[in-house]
Design a binder for this molecule. Structure first.
Ligand SMILES: [Zn+2]
Length: 274
């Protein structure tokens, strides 16, 4: 049975182009385009296939006929936030290597400077990439009262589905959600389920297989300083437990302090270490 690592990317850095945000806590998740390209090149040379979330789930499902699964190992490629570089930088590289991917969009950011416009979302969709939802305003779901939670999950889904309606076309449903900042609780998951999402991805460091809940898909954050050796270990599912241990420690501190106090502390620590 397939065990698949889900990679989590964000905006990509292009020479001479301003990033959507500039604080150190944001920039450490931003890869220069060349770094991203060399990772995709490594995947191709190592015989991996780049999969969207829907494909990864299909191949990880033990009921799916083994003879219809590709022989090569797969890695799931995802992007959060809906930055313009999804279309102008990531998509051309993915197409060059014949890889699929899922792009999770923050619905309320569409059309803002540096983010995808509605037209660009339709272009990404028509190129065959999968479009998912990353909330309305990028709020941390674990902090929200019912009404706001509904806006972040239900209204965001509707908004992106409306964007996807091409000309005379009827569009299609958005089925995959990813949690801003990786934060969520059972209430948020229940609402995502009721809204009609088929999966929810977070940023817990583990690979996924048929035993993983579709509403708690782990993903590994791609950090700016990741070496190709570390990248290859992640794609092969090695060494994830170490990262997981670090993350669990961090989550413990997060729970203790609450999201806001944690973010302030993190901003101070990152400033001091950069
Ligand atoms: Zn995000």
């Amino acid at each position: 049975m397939a065990r698949i690592t889900f990679l989590m990317y964000h905006e990509l850095e292009l020479a001479g182009r301003k990033l959507c945000q500039s604080e150190p806590g944001y920039v450490r998740y931003i890869l220069p385009l060349d770094t991203f390209r060399s990772q995709m090149e490594w995947l191709k040379q190592s015989g991996f296939r780049g999969l969207s979330v829907s494909e990864a789930l299909r191949f990880a499902d033990e009921r799916y006929p083994a003879e219809r699964c590709p022989a090569e190992p797969g890695v799931c490629i995802t992007f959060d936030d809906g930055c313009e570089t999804d279309l102008i930088a990531a998509a051309p590289v993915l197409r060059e290597f014949g890889f699929h991917a899922t792009f999770y969009l923050t619905a309320g950011f569409l059309g803002m400077p540096g983010y995808l416009s509605a037209e660009q979302v339709r272009e990404l969709d028509s190129q065959g990439f999968e479009i998912g939802c990353h909330s309305m305003t990028h709020a941390y779901l674990s902090d929200l009262p019912e009404m706001e939670l509904r806006r972040e999950i239900v209204d965001a889904k509707t908004k992106i589905e409306q964007v996807l309606v091409h000309g005379q076309g009827i569009g299609h449903a958005i089925e995959h959600f990813s949690c801003p900042g990786g934060r969520y609780n059972q209430r948020a998951l229940a609402m995502a389920r009721r809204a009609g999402f088929k999966t929810v991805a977070n940023s817990e460091f583990h690979a996924n297989d048929s035993a993983t809940s579709a509403f708690e898909l782990g993903r590994v954050a791609m950090m700016r300083d990741l070496s190709i050796a570390q990248f290859s270990a992640i794609c092969r599912g090695r060494g994830l437990w170490k990262k997981r241990l670090q993350l669990e420690t961090r989550r413990g501190v997060q729970r203790l302090l609450g999201n806001r106090a944690y973010d302030r502390l993190r901003a101070i620590l990152l400033r001091e270490s950069s």
